[in-house]
Ligand binder design. Sequence first.
Ligand code: SF4
Length: 712
Amino acid sequence: MTHQTTCCYCGVGCGIVVKQEANGRLTVEGDKQHPSNKGMLCSKGMNLHYTVMDQSDRLLYPQMRLNRNMPMQRVSWDAALERTAAVFRTFIQKYGPDSVAFYVSGQCLTEEYYLVNKLIKGFIGSNNIDTNSRLCMSSAVVGYKLSLGEDSVPVCYDDIEEADVFLVQGANPAWCHPIIWRRIEAHKAANPNVKIICVDPRKTDTARSSDLHLPIRPGTDIVLNNAIGRLLIENGDIDVDFITNHADGFTAYSEQVMQRTLDEAAEICGINADGIRQAADWIGRSKGFLSLWTMGLNQSVIGVNKNLALINLHLITGRIGKPGNGPFSLTGQPNAMGGRETGGLANVLPAHRDVTNAAHRAEVEAFWNSPVKIASKPGLTATEMFEALGNTSLKAIWIINTNPLVSMPDVNAVEKALKNARFVVVQDVSSRADTVQFADVVLPAAAWLEKEGTMTNAERRIAHLPKVLDAPGEALPDSEIIWRFARKMGFGDAFPYENTSEVYDEYAQLTAGTNVDITGVNYALLKEKRTIQWPYRKGEGRKEGREEGTKRLFTDHTFYTPNGRAQIHAVPDENTSEPTDADFPLVLTTGRIRDQWHTMTKTGRVAKLNQHSPQPFLQIHPDDARARNIEEGQLIEVRGRRGEVRVKAQLTDDVRPGLCFLPMHWGKVLSGKSGESNLNRANNLTNALVDPRSKEPDFKFSAVEVVPFSKP
Ligand code: SF4
């Protein structure tokens, strides 16, 4: 038997064909018919079947304990959900609806996001739902909203083959979005005039394969992009017609970018002015200008402004809404986009509605027939949730398919909060999720291939994922866990579902008339067409050229802002990250390595993937190492204001002097020891500073010192 599905790792959303042999053995290969990957898969996708075939660490049965000193006991689903409902009800009655929260994941399917959102916002009466996608793309969400009027990625992967200049900034797609990178490389190989500009303080594989690498100082992206903007204006490479007819804010922007000379900008960025001139020249002469970015811009205390400074380059040149042109934020997780659509963030409602908008709340309340008013105040965001848990204003948290004990910034504070929390529910596939150790109730969830639903990839492409296998033990699909719980809470009339198709149909109806309208999409159509890009309104498939949905947005240059015009924002360029000083003089940046995914709960189980980089390491420049008597491979201690990490040193000029890099994947359980083993966690060192508008943490900039480690 063969089944068409979608990779559950990153936001590229590659199509996968799963083959199931009579003996139950599974193999996977890239789906040649899938428009995103055209048959290609990266190392993670190619080994995905091993994560399903190895059931050794699966959570198989619901478990709970009455207090943290007791061992976990296997219980029935009814017992686990009844206890959870009783605890939630008690807290809600005693402390109000904001005393409980759900922390979900970009790994969750759209239907799961929709159900949790409906339950807490429409029935419990709190907006306390946030997602680990807050840690990866919320700055892009706000950037799009402020400049284009809504959280709407205007481009598609087919724009890659139409572009002739790529600006890859704060991203390493060669490792983190490999199939997109392969498409870019293949396009460049066939078209030698194509230019790739990579902006990254690190010399990554992406940087090595680019025509121009601008290794800027961390935190200076806005200075660089404003300098490029100034050159575009001075060179006459702006689109005056577009600016006049379709954009606001150019005058203020122009005044802002003229405040720094090119030499001054180059000095601040720590690069040669010629590189900035070259970048501006290529962008100015391009026919198709595509910019790609991820965490280097988003995970910053000035992440929204970094996004705006980049989007500005498209708006002043009119390079948006036409083939090969536009700003393209790549999503880290497979369904970060689907979560955004359904309102799976503390400040939004389904179909990009806003919790602070009374008309939006009224529409959703009426649709859900909510017994409570949807709260007008945004709920707790990811970092706020764990802070509130730590100070006990939040009494209960339900964590679904994410591992905050490794992935959150300032993770020692998160560990303390979870240890002291009144009530923690962990719903997950694997006991490798470090957070399980602090759970009061553990709910076993079905994994990839074991449940049905949909996801939306980074280019707004919706795909259906079929159920191929039965889940082991008593594990249940996440959607079913949520609707069973909602019934235990007394909301059975509003959660009557028997399958996820019904959930999807309901969600699709709620999008009617919005810019995310998917009223024309249902499971039957997705199975027939394989994928569809939103928006896709009812009856749309009958229109010529609309059969597969919407490739590009804003093709008529009418934007989703109230006046229909794009907004160019003059943004300040100062970085407000944690300052370095004499005690902590180095900047630490964290990120991914090629073959691991997030906190390794899946990829860490695949021997082939572990071979690439079996141990965590710190990359440090040889000059900085020499000044500290550190040699290649030596055990070192990285010290910060919130904790420390012990790993081996890797001396390389792939990082700038003054900068260190630490992979973000390792956590306590995978290191296989207790006690010291959490000294692998990069997030012992990161800080909980967030962008004030997106609430996305500043993972890319923490002050540290590095010293040789010797056992006391
Ligand atoms: Fe999966 Fe992303 Fe690799 Fe595609 S690029 S196979 S979606 S991990």
